[in-house]
Design a protein around this ligand. Structure first.
Ligand SMILES: *Cc1c(COP(=O)(O)O)cnc(C)c1O
Length: 367
């Protein structure tokens, strides 16, 4: 079936017809055709995408991406631990909220949404609060589209012997990340972002010798990351509870298509081309970006809403949708914005068509 419009949203996103077709048959959750042929292949491919060392494993977890974040936060911090969350947007705030729900001792470095956190301010907190054992940071803060400087923050976290947790939900698969080089202990992402699958599960790429110390720590049965890992490892890819079989099948196909495209480097290049055409085209139409260009991720961009009294997001949105493009409302707290994602089955030609559609949807400029 043809899609009526392109999803320029950062997940769910537009997938290929072949990814959707992969969902057209049923699978038995405990049969080897599923576990060995699909789940174990996915796990080993994810590990390969993450690192060329033997240090990492991959655990898949049912639910949206947030469930995998909650599984990680809830499973990897012991009763004696304390979490520092670097928060410069809604997804950083969500990690802190998870820790509050789970009653995990917490410190929050609250940063400005339009400026990246600096290694100096992270170090200051780690010097002052020796109780902190774990540090969590979002890679692409999807709220604004900012790519946070994990390369600068990671060495500080490691210098203070803390466990490093990265929410790379909207970035993994779309930009090279050197897990081993940065000393990342847990990296979380999900099926329906840059790997270009459909929603239904998330995954955690974990340093094996750190995850192996997390037995019995989980604050939730269904979200016990350690137990899920053990079950998958000992039973050739079996999930503890019913797995989202169709989603998993689609993801397996999506990984094959990532490899056909040329891997993460090639996908990154396409996303960068999409994003720079988007910014260039929108700027030419008079739209201003929320962020400084050098802070942008190649995944999603926030644009300031036009200041015209007749502009209304809903009406603009409906006009673009009728022309075949679905965009995203803003999420930034202090500025009126809308967002356009460019990940998924989206190519530079599509961005060209989008810019034309935007130029024809600027109803507030007509007199
Ligand atoms: C998409 C996303 C999530 C997870 O969102 P879900 O709606 O639970 O899938 C978490 N963090 C970031 C940075 C995201 O972009």
């Amino acid at each position: 079936m043809e899609n009526p419009y392109l999803l320029l949203t950062p997940g769910p996103l537009s997938t290929s017809a072949s990814v959707r077709e992969a969902m057209l048959r049923d699978w038995c959750t405990w049969d080897d055709d599923y576990n060995l042929g699909v789940v174990e292949e996915i796990r080993s491919q994810l590990i390969k995408l993450a690192s060329d060392t033997e240090d990492y494993t991959a655990v898949l977890m049912q639910g949206s991406g947030t469930a995998s974040v909650e599984a990680t936060i809830g499973s990897v911090i012991s009763d004696e631990g304390k979490l520092l969350v670097i928060n410069n947007g809604a997804y950083g705030a969500r990690i802190a909220l998870i820790a509050e729900y789970l009653q995990i001792p917490l410190s929050v470095l609250k940063c400005d949404e339009v400026n990246p956190p600096t290694p100096e301010e992270v170090e200051q907190i780690l010097l002052e609060d020796k109780a902190i054992t774990h540090v969590a940071i979002v890679h692409c803060e999807t709220t604004t589209g900012m790519l946070n400087p994990i390369e600068a923050v990671a060495p500080v976290v490691k210098k203070h012997d803390c466990i490093l947790i990265i929410d790379a939900m909207s970035s993994f698969g779309g930009v090279p990340i050197d897990l081993a080089g940065l000393g990342i202990d847990f990296l979380i992402s999900s099926a329906n972002k840059c790997i270009q699958g459909v929603p239904g599960f998330g995954f955690v790429i974990a340093r094996r010798n750190v995850l192996s110390q997390c037995k019995g720590q989980a604050r939730s049965l269904t979200l016990d990351l350690y137990d899920q890992w053990q079950c998958m490892d000992k039973n050739h890819g079996k999930w503890r509870f019913t797995s989202p079989t169709h989603t998993v099948r689609a993801f397996h196909q999506a990984l094959a298509e990532l490899s056909e495209e040329g891997g993460i480097a090639a996908r990154h290049k396409r996303y960068c081309a999409n994003q720079s055409l988007l910014v260039q085209g929108m700027n030419e139409l008079g739209f201003k970006c929320l962020l400084d260009n050098k802070l942008h991720s190649p995944f999603i961009t926030s644009f300031r809403s036009p200041e015209h009294p007749d502009y209304e997001f809903r009406r603009f949105y409906e006009q673009l949708k009728a022309k075949g493009f679905v965009i995203y409302p803003g999420k930034v707290s202090e500025a009126d914005c809308f967002r356009i994602g460019n990940i998924g089955e989206v190519y530079p030609e599509d961005i060209g068509r989008l810019i034309k559609a935007v130029s024809e949807s600027m109803y507030w400029q007509e007199c």
